[in-house]
Design a binder for this molecule. Structure first.
Ligand code: AVJ
Length: 320
């Protein structure tokens, strides 16, 4: 089958408006910041796919190992008719769930939601071709804003994988989980992937790889601003920084100005001091009990939690 046409809740104009608002708020703040969702233009999505194959970046492999081992059990527990995937990207690991749910015999519809039109075009076409009989409805949207647009009815399983929930600040995270719970009917399911707290000697290289792919991914957000907003960042003059904040339990990625700089973006004339840093991402890491507590606080009942053999990454199944 071919995929349904993409349902677009983020129009180009909408995206442009959101980008301008984020740039204005983040780049005039002290310290400066940008939300990580703007990494993911076509090039950024491709760079992230490269990151998932790096030797240092363990989360994708660890989560895949959990799903490979547990997908059949998840299918049995959930009996899902509709699989919704938030921040779906390439949906590569999701195939493990699609395989298991298809074999289980309940699945009728797959709904990937992502901000990246290019990633969705490709993934919906590939999945529709690979799963005859499955309805594939791609949604171009923002998982922090468009949960009310998800298809209703049937037994739904929402997968939020990869540890992407770690990109939200704690307050955003609890708002997101509460909104997720409100968007679901009692009995629907949430499958949540979370990276776990571990030694910084493992964490830091995962966000600062030897080949420099993560550095390119990080700098890509400046390329997006140059192209979309006609800004004039000297992209190569920014250094990639990845630090571990042990108190907050998150990795922070930043871009550090290698020399004093003046940047024009929108109607702003920004002055960067040499060494000034711009935060581009947090990636929170969890202790298993934190995940349970946050889900329970949002009104979910935790029904299962699995980790890979090395205890690097957790996948938690919770019911609304
Ligand atoms: C896609 C959000 C899960 O936080 O690990 C990878 C993004 N950033 N390397 C993460 C990312 C730097 C990734 N997520």
């Amino acid at each position: 089958m071919t995929a349904d046409p993409l349902e677009i809740y983020l129009e180009e104009s909408d995206l442009a408006r959101a980008l301008r608002a984020d740039v204005r708020a983040g780049l005039t703040a002290v310290p400066r910041w940008l939300p990580p969702k703007w990494f993911y233009d076509a090039r950024g999505s491709e760079l992230f796919e490269q990151i998932t194959r790096l030797p240092e970046y363990y989360p994708t492999r660890a989560e895949r190992a959990v799903l490979a081992e547990r997908a059949a059990e998840i299918a049995r527990l959930t009996d899902a008719k509709t699989l919704i995937e938030l921040g779906s990207g390439s949906s590569e690991k999701t195939r493990l769930l699609l395989d298991a749910l298809t074999a289980h015999g309940t699945l009728g519809t797959f709904v990937p939601l992502d901000v990246s039109v290019s990633a969705l075009r490709q993934s919906t076409a590939e999945i529709a071709a690979g799963y005859p009989g499955l309805r594939v409805r791609g949604i171009v949207g923002d998982f922090t804003r468009h949960l009310d647009r998800l298809p209703t009815g049937g037994r739904r399983l929402v997968a939020f994988l990869g540890g992407t929930i770690g990109n939200l600040l704690p307050a955003e995270r609890s708002n997101f989980l509460a909104a997720m719970r409100a968007a679901l009917e009692r009995g629907d399911w949430l499958l949540l992937g979370t990276d776990l707290v571990k030694d910084p000697t493992v964490l830091i290289p995962a966000y600062d790889d030897a080949a420099g792919v993560t550095a390119e991914f990080n700098r890509n957000v400046l390329r997006v601003l140059n192209r979309e907003l006609d800004a004039n960042f000297d992209v190569a003059a920014f250094d990639h920084v990845a630090t571990w904040d042990a108190d907050q339990r998150w990795i922070e990625m930043r871009l550090r100005a290698g020399r004093p700089m003046r940047v024009r973006v929108l109607d702003l004339d920004l002055v960067f001091a040499e060494g000034e840093e711009l935060r581009t991402e947090i990636s929170a890491k969890f202790r298993p009990a934190d995940v349970d507590r946050e889900l329970t606080d949002a009104g979910f009942a935790v029904q299962g939690r699995w980790t890979d053999d090395d205890g690097l990454f957790a996948v938690t199944l919770a019911q609304a």
